[in-house]
Design a protein. Sequence first.
Length: 160
Amino acid sequence: MCAPYTDSPMLKLLLIFCYRETIKLFLTKEIIKYPTPHHATFESLSSVQQPPTSPTWPKVFHTRIIQHNIRVAALYYDRIHGKRLAQLLDLSPGTLEEEISKMVSDGTVYAKIDRPKDIIRFKSFKNPEEILSDWGSDIKTLLNLVDSTTHLIHKENMTQ
């Protein structure tokens, strides 16, 4: 569907379509398969083949897709086996661990890797004070709901 770059207006519209579809991929909370559907079109662009971007562009683009996929996995999984996540993302376990380590160092994602068990944890453990605080706020919300419901019931009984 997408064609290489030319000065033709129709082909420019198709190129804009390719950009839009690629941006949509990054805005969804779904794993992106690499190469993307329009990857060949981007590689054929003359601006990508220029000397400042030509050697690094495909690698940077692939890295951004890997990072997006790890962030998506962190949203859906509290913990997952490293081999399974590597399989889902079509990566080697070493590449996956390296990229997760970089993202943890940058503060992009929270993760802990248990190498002997090959388990990656994306959620931190809460200390007892945080658990009690969450529980207390949940109880307070529930009691407010019960109080307002009781008030409405009394109000209904008064009008009858």
